[in-house]
Design a protein around this ligand. Structure first.
Ligand code: 3HC
Length: 297
């Protein structure tokens, strides 16, 4: 089973990156958004990103100017945008990357389950919700996986491929091969909260916030400590800004509700307060730091 035609639902922070890497990997990709303006924004980010990656390849001597220009052209030609869900009906794979809200995801999959051809594989890029619940809602639990990419999708080299107890082996293998075709290393995991990365990463971010809240160290020192002491590319507070304070809060609130006895899923007060104040991190221009676009101000 080879995946050639891919639908991506949502062309925001994660979705636009997934559209891009699938197109770079040679798939025909349909990007679905609810409104034309969101679609235009996502497609313009892809345009900027693929050109940036191409110029880096030339700069590093990995490709000639002609090869890089051809890569840009082929990638962009592989992408079609739409605001009509029916256009996804004959995709081999659909990857969902909409807002982190379980109800929105289950109702989307229930509709896609009726709309798409029987062979279509469904995948969610959820950070924290059980894949099994979305799989049930889709009406085709054996053809459902998690495909969890990382931000920024174009640069991070991992994809987690999540299987439930109902996922067919050939569906899992096709999804893993798709991840590899997108240029990622695929790791396999079961349908557990946070899979591998977020189960380790989010509690780590929580501890850094609690440390700041207690006044154990300054934000700069907490970040410098983990960058220089452990070789992390970003300190945990910068990373929380980068991921989004709202996203981090939603993940934690969802886990706290489902697993109230798990001490690692504590919701720091500082996180709730800052989100209520609209300090969402990079996306709002301010979180623990001030941001100017993608860079710290
Ligand atoms: N497309 C193309 N190019 C991009 C890009 C994109 N989307 N994003 C950044 N770049 C470019 C930059 O413009 C820059 O180019 P330049 O050198 O010409 O200015 C180059 O890539 C490198 O970027 P930076 O200068 O910012 O340099 P870094 O070396 O710091 O790399 C990073 C950036 C890869 C983001 C690195 O800091 C990093 O790995 N950070 C950690 C990110 C991480 O942990 N992500 C996971 C988050 S958790 C998650 O996603 C799960 C979710 O479920 C919560």
């Amino acid at each position: 089973m080879k995946i050639q035609k891919v639908g991506v639902v949502g062309c925001g922070l994660m979705g636009h990156g997934i559209v891009q890497i699938a197109a770079q990997g040679g798939c025909q990709v349909i990007a679905l958004e609810t409104e034309q303006s969101f679609l235009d924004k996502g497609l313009s980010r892809i345009d900027g990103s693929v050109k940036k990656l191409a110029s880096k390849l030339v700069e590093k001597g990995k490709q000639s100017e002609e090869q890089a220009a051809a890569m840009v052209e082929t990638t962009l030609a592989n992408i079609t945008g739409t605001t009509n869900r029916a256009d996804l009906a004959d995709c081999d794979l659909i990857v969902e990357a909409i807002v982190e809200n379980l109800e929105a995801k289950t109702s989307l999959f229930a509709e896609l389950g009726k709309l798409c051809k029987p062979e279509t594989i469904f995948a969610s890029n959820t950070s924290s919700f059980p894949i099994g619940e979305m799989a049930e809602a889709s009406g085709r639990p054996s053809r459902f996986v998690g495909l969890h990419f990382f931000n920024p999708v174009q640069l991070m080299r991992l994809v987690e491929v999540v299987r439930t107890e109902n996922t067919d082996e050939e569906v899992f293998n096709a999804a893993r091969d798709f991840g590899t075709a997108c240029g990622k290393t695929a790791v396999s995991c079961k349908d557990t909260p946070g899979f591998v990365v977020n189960r380790l990463l989010v509690p780590f971010m929580v501890q850094s916030l609690l440390m700041l809240e207690r006044g154990d160290a300054s934000r700069e020192d907490i970040d410098a400590a983990m960058q220089l002491g452990c070789g992390h590319p970003m300190g945990p507070l910068t990373l929380t800004d980068y991921v989004g304070l709202d996203t981090t809060l939603y993940i934690l609130q969802g886990w706290k509700e489902r697993y109230p006895d798990e001490a690692a899923f504590e919701v720091p007060k500082i996180l709730e307060t800052m989100v209520a104040e609209g300090k969402l991190g990079r996306k709002s221009g301010e979180g623990f730091y001030k941001w100017d676009g993608d860079k710290k101000a």
